[in-house]
Design a protein around this ligand. Structure first.
Ligand SMILES: Nc1nc2c(ncn2[C@@H]2O[C@H](COP(=O)(O)OP(=O)(O)O)[C@@H](O)[C@H]2O)c(=O)[nH]1
Ligand SMILES: [Mg+2]
Ligand SMILES: [Zn+2]
Ligand SMILES: [Zn+2]
Length: 397
């Protein structure tokens, strides 16, 4: 087993240097101890005292064990077995090295407030509804599950809108990876892949040092989702009575990010491998006359592909994705956001256009509440396209 990449701190290490975190709990049988590296990584948000960390006793152990149930390593203090293996640098729990061969890393990019966090908050449940029973998505461990629930899902369940200026602690929460297991139930067995999603906090993309750190995720990504915010489009923003502050354009963000990738990877030809899903987000805004006045861009009586119920799930429909992609490309021209089309054409070989609304309606700007439960539109389209490109979900015509 060779070098591993930490999904949290993005440093590399050898598997045999991973540390075992005791799982006995705080019941007194195995005393907690100060964990400075963990505390520092979480910017002091997590308790300093953590369960005991110890080296993997027998260095050969990792090699010999392949059955999942056998992956138990003794705590050096209490000797109880644990299957929690951690990064030797930042001390966060990571998937077992044996499970990481088919791992897929995806980055979520876009300007501040374009809807990235909301999108991710809706993703897991929507995936499990549309793709059941063949495919399902599950947070990989307790840390991911708790953070996903608290930061992403719970606010939406309470119909809360996240305020646009957030305390730094909030944003520091979202630069951590969302590690999911994608399970596929076959005729006689279940297989699984790890899907790692990185949600960029808006500020990270406007600050060069932070951008360099964020780029480490992008550098290792096989696929990227780039959001274009319908509310920010040059021909939409002037139609909104109280528009949100103007933010950096998606075309500008993707240029900066890809230029750095090209430099770091020393890519000749100045093109990037990997797949790029360009998502026109907050699609609901385009059909909302109360927000942008008459006539709305998307009128229900016309036959818009993006407004039709998606045929994807549990397989990916190639013909439908092509029809939607063509239509969204035209829509981008119509709303004055066509700069993105030219920009990415010069940078990527594999890209597609998508239209989604994570909420299905615009939240009330005065109460900062959603008016009703979210009704996502075409939420899975970009993710399924990426997963189809990466050979994870089946493609049909
Ligand atoms: N109209 C509309 N607003 C949305 C949608 N998704 C998110 N928003 C709003 O856009 C704002 C920013 O969302 P957020 O997910 O925090 O964006 P982030 O900064 O990119 O993570 C919030 O006020 C959301 O309620 C959507 O699908 N439609
Ligand atoms: Mg966010
Ligand atoms: Zn212990
Ligand atoms: Zn680490």
């Amino acid at each position: 087993m060779s070098d591993q990449l930490c999904l949290y701190c993005f440093k590399t290490f050898n598997s045999k240097d991973m540390l075992v975190r005791c799982q006995v709990g705080d019941s007194g049988e195995c005393a907690f101890e100060d964990d400075n590296a963990h505390h520092k990584y979480w910017l002091e948000q997590k308790d300093l005292a953590q369960p005991k960390l110890s080296p993997i006793g027998d260095k050969g152990l990792l090699k010999k064990i392949s059955g999942r149930l056998d992956r138990q390593y003794p705590c050096a203090q209490c000797e109880e077995p644990s299957d929690l293996l951690c990064c030797p640098h930042c001390h966060n729990a990571l998937p077992h090295p044996e499970d990481r061969s088919g791992e897929i890393i995806l980055s979520i990019l876009g300007g501040p407030d374009c809807g990235k966090t909301t999108y991710l908050g809706m993703l897991c449940e929507n995936f499990n509804t549309v793709m059941a029973p063949r495919y399902s998505l599950h947070p990989h461990n307790e840390e991911v599950r708790d953070r996903y629930e608290e930061v992403y899902v719970q606010p939406l369940r309470n119909l809360e809108v996240l305020p646009s200026t957030r305390p730094p602690a909030y944003d520091s929460d979202i630069r951590h990876p969302l590690i999911f297991e994608l399970r596929e139930t076959g005729e006689d067995a279940q297989s699984q892949r790890l899907i790692v999603l990185h949600d960029a906090a808006g500020e990270e993309l406007s600050n060069r040092r932070a951008l360099r750190r964020f780029n480490r995720y992008v550098l290792h990504s096989q696929g990227t989702v780039l959001f274009v915010d319908a509310e920010q489009a040059p021909k939409i923003r002037p139609r909104i009575a109280k528009p949100k502050p103007l933010v950096r354009r998606a075309s500008d963000i993707i240029q900066t990010v890809t230029r750095q990738i090209i430099n770091e990877k020393n890519l000749s030809g100045h093109r990037v491998d990997g797949h790029l899903a360009v998502v026109l987000g907050k699609l609901d805004v385009l059909s909302d006359a109360s927000l942008i006045g008459e006539p709305p861009v998307l009128q229900r009586e016309y036959d818009f592909e993006v407004l039709k119920t998606s045929r994807h799930g549990p397989t990916f429909s190639r013909s439908e994705a092509a029809a939607v992609s063509n239509e969204v490309e035209s829509l981008l021209h119509l709303i004055g956001a066509q700069d993105i089309v030219g920009t990415i054409g010069g940078l990527y070989d594999s890209f597609g256009f998508f239209g989604v609304s994570a909420l299905g309606h615009a939240p009330d700007p005065t109460t900062l509440k959603l008016r009703r439960s979210p009704e996502p539109v075409r939420l899975l389209d970009p993710l399924l396209w990426l997963l189809a490109k990466l050979d994870v979900v089946e493609i049909t015509d």
